[in-house]
Design a protein around this ligand. Sequence first.
Ligand code: NDP
Length: 346
Amino acid sequence: MLSGVRFMKTGWGFIGASTIAKQWMIDAVRAQRGHDVVAVMSSDLARGQAYADANQIGKAYDLVEALLADEEVNAVYVSTTNELHKDQVLAAAAAGKHVLCEKPLAVELNDAVEMVIACRKAGVVMGTNHHLRNAATHQAIRQQIESGVIGNVVGMRIFHAVELPGNLQTWRINKPQAGGGVILDIVVHDADTVRYLLGEDPVDVMAYAQNGGMASGLEDGSMTIMRMPNGALVQSHESFVVPHAGTGLEVHGTKGSIFARGVMTQKPVGEVEVVTDQGRRFLDIDHHNLYVHSLAKFATAIEDGGEAAVTGVDGIKSLAVALAVSKSAAEGRRVEVNYPDIPPGT
Ligand code: NDP
């Protein structure tokens, strides 16, 4: 390679001039050898151009079609508001671009299924950007559970009540049609975490939602009980209006318990303690950037085959749980999770 010439294998087009892209994802792409963000699409060209300039992105577009027609773009990252994901992902798949889409994949389950099938048919890699599976803490917890050290898991509790930062108090708290509200924002992550850590999909849920004074026309807090196929119960608490609770999770088994503190976060932090008859011990956690880890897996899937860290099907299933929570809270009853059939080989 000539010195001074940047070697590029994968050019990324970012659909959505979003906060998450600016805070984490642009750097995560650039941390992969041969990957760069070459274009961004915003519905407002002036804002998109300013965003591109501020983040050293070469091109700004105001139409998805224009970004997808750019031959330098091989993969897209979709981080617009949630109601827009579906059409943008379908267009990207039709253009033959690999797709990493933000959670929730869509606002409706059928839309998420359509997106995954379109990507499969197009033969492109598709991933859902649930970040928590990429955390060293969560990976260590899963390894502990799989090792059997805590015996059979009978219960799990998730503490994910936070204060939504002021700069994000926009569509999440006042735009139901954009997929706002704490359930599609945070419960969907917790559902994915449960599925990842316990290796099973919740069967049914009972939930309550509340308005704690921040959102309008939407819930900004929820508590849920999920029932797992093996009978384990999972309790979760999510909120936008709780500044000082701290986050974490506990997993309780017949031989031991796991206490993880500060782990429901975008940052590579937190601690994990395992308690058994042998005593208490903190795990040695070698923290790494969650989003860089997710992108590394995606890059490998493009270059060498394999899957994204969190697949499109994972995105569908975690959305299915969140939608069941929403329905349970609205109807005041137990709701079975509806996992759609996805035809093999599509
Ligand atoms: P933002 O509110 O920052 O961005 C969403 C859209 O709002 C952008 O696409 C942009 O539209 C518009 N927008 C953003 N900032 C401004 C502004 N200052 N003025 C006018 N319009 C603005 O959303 P987030 O980054 O918080 O979330 C985006 C997606 O990512 C969602 O799907 C969310 O669920 C997901 N997410 C995932 C996280 C994770 O860890 N996996 C964490 C946070 C969010 P345009 O592009 O048209 O300019």
